[in-house]
Design a protein around this ligand. Structure first.
Ligand code: DUC
Ligand code: ZN
Ligand code: ZN
Ligand code: ZN
Length: 481
């Protein structure tokens, strides 16, 4: 089939132009001012006049169907990717999270099975939650045979999936050998564990205790430690969900020293502050429990400035929905509230409205931080992240005049709460095209179960040649200043 997106303004990370886009058999066949002569008979036509035509969003951080903290998230790979498509996001990178001692390849195969029902294209970061020779070997198999080029490390969640320094160091070194990107959830899990008990001793058992047990310095310590380890080894590093000024500063300082450090920001952290945890309604406060927590308002400006200055690179959601009944598991102890919030469907609209409409970001900068940068850092560019001939026909047709009030009542996610509830945004997708097929058209979601494909991401890491050279000369005593 073919789709002719007519009369819009094509926005890429590096250019904007008035152009039609012709999609044929899942790929972009032409981009230009006059593609009419190339359009096959019977092509579907979308009138994009007055609209922007951008690469579909890529959310580099989601957790569909995640078994976590004694329960499983509400959105599975079908409902979660369907919600993504409704919001203009055409690819996700989710996480395989092995239990400690579980072979990485076993966990990987399990997640591949769960993800078969995806409606949109997907890929995986694989978490390294423990260390052994078999983990070292499995990382090699995942990179060489399965198209995995990034490994996740949880520095929090003690007695569960937390990495100690031995695991971090060994896994980062292995990632360097393989040309893969290590990524970290940066929070000092020992401090969180201690502070959760201290806060409880003070008699605070409700969700207002959650941010008290996870202050910004807990995140900054872990970010600094991970960055230092990566710096000594000479491996690039990607810090997921940077939520506070102190962690953003750690990244900027390392980059100023010439280190390859990348930072991801969640849509929620850009616009929601910690006052939500003081809501007297347990359900509302608990619905916002995710880690790292929402912060005092001042941190939002640091995150925006990081994205504007290019010191922070990607935006994501950490989409990880739990319903009220699940959040109630922590009724008497905030530490037992399953951590996670939604957003895969709202990310683009929230960032457009709070970023582009306010003048913080240009439309091209918006494309960079919602799609192109992720494609580049995880080595799927320009197949993804670009409106260009030969790229996958994953597009969002964006109506900058459309307004919508975000709400649980209109969302497609199976979560029963919307952290952006009541926020009116201007700028919404009118159409989402996935693999050259219209998957969403003005309120009509046509997500198809199983249509999503597993996307392999070849190894290399940014500037991998230089990294390899550095690895070849790495001395055990080398210290990088
Ligand atoms: N944080 C969350 O809020 N949920 C899933 C995992 C995480 O790190
Ligand atoms: Zn090795
Ligand atoms: Zn995390
Ligand atoms: Zn996460």
């Amino acid at each position: 089939g073919s789709v002719w997106v007519r009369g819009g303004t094509v926005v890429n990370a590096d250019r904007q132009e008035k152009a039609d886009v012709l999609c044929v058999d899942g790929a972009i066949a032409a981009v230009g001012p006059d593609v009419a002569a190339l359009v096959p008979a019977g092509a579907q036509v979308i009138d994009a006049s007055g609209q922007f035509v951008m690469p579909g969003g890529i959310d580099p951080h989601t957790h569909m169907q995640l078994p976590f903290m004694g329960t499983v998230t509400a959105d599975d790979f079908y409902t979660g990717t369907a919600a993504a498509l409704a919001g203009g996001t055409t690819s996700i990178i989710d996480f395989v999270i092995p239990d400690p001692q579980e072979p990485l390849l076993d966990a990987y195969r399990k997640w591949r099975g769960w993800a078969e029902k995806s409606a949109a294209d997907y890929s995986f970061h694989v978490a390294v939650t423990w260390w052994s020779d078999s983990v070292h070997a499995d990382m090699g198999t995942l990179v060489r045979e399965e198209g995995i080029n990034s490994f996740k490390h949880f520095m929090a969640y003690k007695n569960a999936i937390m990495c100690d320094d031995e695991t971090l160091v060994n896994s980062f070194k292995r990632a360097l050998e393989l040309g893969a990107m290590p990524t970290v959830h940066a929070e000092n899990g020992e401090l969180v564990y201690l502070l959760q008990q201290e806060v409880a001793k003070m008699g605070i058992t409700g969700p207002e205790g959650h941010p008290l047990a996870r202050p910004p310095m807990v995140e900054a310590e872990a970010a600094n430690r991970a960055i230092a380890i990566a710096g000594v080894l000479g491996v690039p590093i990607y810090v997921v969900h940077v939520s506070c000024t102190e962690a953003a500063q750690a990244i900027a300082a390392a980059r100023a020293r010439g280190q390859r450090v990348y930072g991801e920001v969640l849509a929620g952290h850009l616009v929601i502050d910690e006052s939500v945890y003081r809501d007297p309604d347990f359900a509302k406060a608990a619905a916002h429990v995710m880690s790292p927590p929402f912060r005092a308002k001042g941190h939002q400006e640091s995150l925006w400035q990081g994205l504007q200055s290019g010191q922070l690179h990607t935006t994501a959601t950490d989409h990880c929905t739990f319903c009220a009944a699940q959040k109630a598991m922590g009724r008497d102890n905030f530490a037992k509230i399953p951590n996670g919030t939604g957003g895969v469907e709202e990310r683009l609209a929230v960032i457009w409205d709070a970023g582009v409409n306010t003048g913080r970001l240009t439309p091209s900068e918006f494309v960079a931080i919602t799609s192109a940068n992720t494609a580049k850092l995880f080595n799927i560019y320009p197949r993804k992240g670009l409106v260009g001939v030969g790229a996958d026909a994953d597009l969002v047709v964006w109506d900058p005049a459309a307004t919508h009030t975000l709400s649980v009542k209109t969302q497609h996610s199976k979560g029963d709460y919307n952290i952006f509830e009541g926020r009116t945004v201007q700028g919404m997708p009118s159409h989402t095209i996935s693999q050259g097929v219209v998957a969403y058209a003005q309120g009509d979601l046509r997500a198809e179960k199983g249509k999503g494909r597993y996307i392999k991401r070849p190894a290399f890491g940014p500037n991998f040649d230089a990294v390899q050279r550095r690895a070849a000369t790495l001395q055990p005593t080398a210290v990088v200043r």
